[in-house]
Design a protein around this ligand. Structure first.
Ligand code: F6R
Length: 357
């Protein structure tokens, strides 16, 4: 029941702090140690490489998660679209371990991959929101995302849950001294930060009206570097699927290799700037678009903020920044769709769970 909410999507965006707290309660002990099961961790430690398999928004969550497995746990990790992997399997390492990410646990292409790897005798872990779903039942191990039912076609809280649970897994693989991070503490602060962004939602209604003008805006861009480039993909997907604005998300450094040709007067370019190492470079890329008349909007963490920035996020560990930066993108997509009088929860041509290949 969506209760007081006009659309499930807004309800599900609002639920994200509760989902974060639920995950922390379930997956940390009283001392802040991650609780994910010894067998899973042993298998991940023994693997030469982790393969993350997913589709759509879950794939984008995997792209963010892979960086934590690599940078915190020093575990080589590749992320594949299940619709590609299923029909053209890459050459595998000797000891692979598979992680399936899926809100529904029923995505047909992901099921196909799981069937293939089961036949080959490889082990896997599914992270899904639906216990007893096919991907839950058929994987060696499964952990719940605990996001609660997600009804809106556009996935929001499942993404946040997937990034969070991957962070917990990656953290569980390392000695916390090495990671130099108290993950439980950091996730608690992020939860407060997410709530703060949600409390600011009217800001995004105003930004959507001004930046993504219903009569004139037909295309938009999200750019970022490092993990921000993965959030750019998710942000663009959210916008296009519910507002029908043609949106592209990509690594900011690629702009000048072709896409810059698409920038016209008033083209919205949203830049995600949460990574200290590349903030200056992204600003440079953004100014190449404003020089051609783009309408720029920056979403930036506090320590990197400058005068004139669009929206300022709280600071956090750089690899956890997607948990914060995705929220403005969800709200911008929501209000753009709403402003165009569209059915936010049920965009044309799409199904919540894709059970065809
Ligand atoms: C986009 C969206 C889809 C799903 C994709 C995978 O908002 O919801 O892109 O993420 O169809 O679905 P699951 O996660 O159920 O495997």
């Amino acid at each position: 029941d969506k209760g007081i909410y006009p659309y499930y999507m807004l309800k599900e965006i609002d639920e994200q702090p509760v989902v974060m707290r639920r995950l922390m309660e379930r997956y940390f002990d009283a001392n802040g140690q991650a609780l994910v099961g010894k067998a899973i961790l042993d298998e991940m430690r023994a693997a030469d490489q982790i393969y993350i398999i997913a589709a759509g928004t879950s794939y984008h969550a995997g792209l963010a998660g892979a960086r934590m497995f690599e940078q915190w746990a020093q575990k080589p990790t590749q992320v594949y679209l299940s619709s590609e992997f299923a029909y053209e399997q890459p050459l595998l390492v000797e000891k692979p371990f598979f992680i399936f990410l899926s809100q529904s646990g029923e995505t047909a292409d992901s099921r196909e991959v799981l069937q293939n790897i089961n036949q080959a005798g490889y082990h896997s872990l599914t992270l899904t929101n639906v216990e007893k779903s096919t991907l839950w039942r058929e994987a060696t191990y499964a952990l719940p995302l605990l996001a609660g039912p997600e009804i809106a076609v556009a996935s929001t809280k499942a993404y946040v849950a997937q990034v969070t649970l991957q962070a917990i897994l990656a953290y569980a693989l390392v000695d916390s001294q090495v990671a130099n991070l108290d993950l439980q503490d950091e996730l608690s602060e992020i939860t407060v930060g997410i709530q703060g962004i949600i409390d600011d939602k009217e800001t995004f209604q105003a930004v959507a009206d001004e930046l993504l003008v219903p009569e004139t805006t037909h295309s938009a861009f999200y750019i970022g570097r490092g993990v921000d480039s993965t959030v750019a993909l998710e942000a663009a997907l959210k916008l296009k699927e519910i507002s029908y604005v043609q949106a592209e998300g990509f690594a900011a450094g690629e702009l000048k290799h072709g896409t810059l040709a698409l920038i016209e007067e008033e083209t919205p370019v949203m830049a995600l700037i949460t990574q200290p190492k590349t903030a200056g470079l992204v600003r440079g890329n953004l100014s190449e678009t404003t020089a051609r008349g783009s309408h720029a909007f920056t979403i930036v963490t506090k320590a990197l903020a400058q005068d004139g920035d669009g929206y300022v996020l709280p600071d956090t560990n750089p690899l956890l920044a997607p948990l914060l930066s995705v929220i403005p993108a969800q709200l911008l997509a929501y209000y753009t769709s709403l402003g165009r009088g569209l059915d936010v929860d049920r965009p044309r041509n799409l199904a919540k769970s894709v059970t065809v290949q």
